[in-house]
Write a protein that binds this ligand. Sequence first.
Ligand SMILES: NC(=O)c1ccc[n+]([C@@H]2O[C@H](COP(=O)([O-])OP(=O)(O)OC[C@H]3O[C@@H](n4cnc5c(N)ncnc54)[C@H](O)[C@@H]3O)[C@@H](O)[C@H]2O)c1
Ligand SMILES: N[C@@H](CCO)C(=O)O
Length: 353
Amino acid sequence: MTIYNIALIGFGGVNRALAELIATKNPLWERDLGFRLNIVAVSDLYLGAVISPNGLDAKTLVEANFTKGGFGQLSGGSAEANNETIIKTAPADIIVEATFTNPKDGEPAVSHCRWALQSGKHVVTTNKGPVAIAAQELKALAKAHGVHFEYEGSVMSGTPVIRMAEKTLAGAEMKGFEGILNGTSNFVLGRMERGLDFATAVKEAQILGYAEADPTADVEGFDVRLKVVILANELLGASLKPEEVTCTGISNLSPSDIENAKAVNSRWKLIGSAVRNEDGTVTGSVSPKQLPFEHPLAGVNGATNAVSLNTELLGSVTVTGPGAGRIETAYALLSDIVAIHNARRATATKEAA
Ligand SMILES: NC(=O)c1ccc[n+]([C@@H]2O[C@H](COP(=O)([O-])OP(=O)(O)OC[C@H]3O[C@@H](n4cnc5c(N)ncnc54)[C@H](O)[C@@H]3O)[C@@H](O)[C@H]2O)c1
Ligand SMILES: N[C@@H](CCO)C(=O)O
């Protein structure tokens, strides 16, 4: 049986949910997946840092109600975050990066990933910044150091899109995609259709763990823009930068816009899309669109996301599922670790043959 030592960078909704899963599901994972996870370090801007080479008790981490600097009370703990030292020196096989997404330059998460890969540690992340802004560099670093850089949760949380499209739609000839790629804005639009005001709807999304630390990224479309870049670069072989994707959010939609749409049997959705043009270039955009009720994306409600992948050989393939949520996104991290585990097993089998 394999044990993966992991270090958590950021201990907010998503990494805390992963710790919650570890506290209860290790025996199941050991039986069904062939590994257990052991948390050897955590570093968080608010709570501080703690390192324990033999492993920290996941249940205690989740249940103790730590306040600011609270990790300082633990053996091996300090009241300040200590990302660089932990990433470079903790006895971790895998660094789990789930700090704030910075849509401008991806930092400091890009550096976190770089340090980890250069130290020969796998990285799994739900942070969109490093993937949208530095994926090429980070993938090359991973390859050079014989480790993995996995980021399924950067688009549509735990709903499989990136790996599914790359693996099971290989050869289908991807031509473009369009989808609802932000749970918060979709949730907010739905609540506004039911008469709630914009600010209260955003607050609800924050409480439910869907929104970014700064929800401006959700409602102004910046989060979707990162996801469009990630999908375009991964699935269409583009090399788009966020600033090359046109972007309009939902904050200018008024209650009367919502009512007027309803009156003509349609509703507003924030749509992210990209298309491969005839000359081979790829164009991406983010904007609210008024969709008739019968449109396949019009019935996607709440924090659910959906993306229709337009392929040459299969036509349109639509994937629908959770697009945000703490446990849903922690599952994406687990799925990344499963991918690493399976790849390592396949390599070991090949080497033994
Ligand atoms: N919550 C979701 O539904 C969801 C879904 C997909 C992707 N994501 C992404 O996953 C990441 C984590 O999301 P979350 O919901 O847990 O966010 P969160 O705001 O709940 O938690 C982020 C945590 O990171 C810590 N942090 C921030 N900057 C740090 C730094 N420089 N060093 C150490 N710690 C730092 C914060 O103190 C906080 O505890 C974000 O990048 C987010 O965009 C979230
Ligand atoms: N804030 C994001 C989280 C998932 O990336 C959303 O609402 O979709």
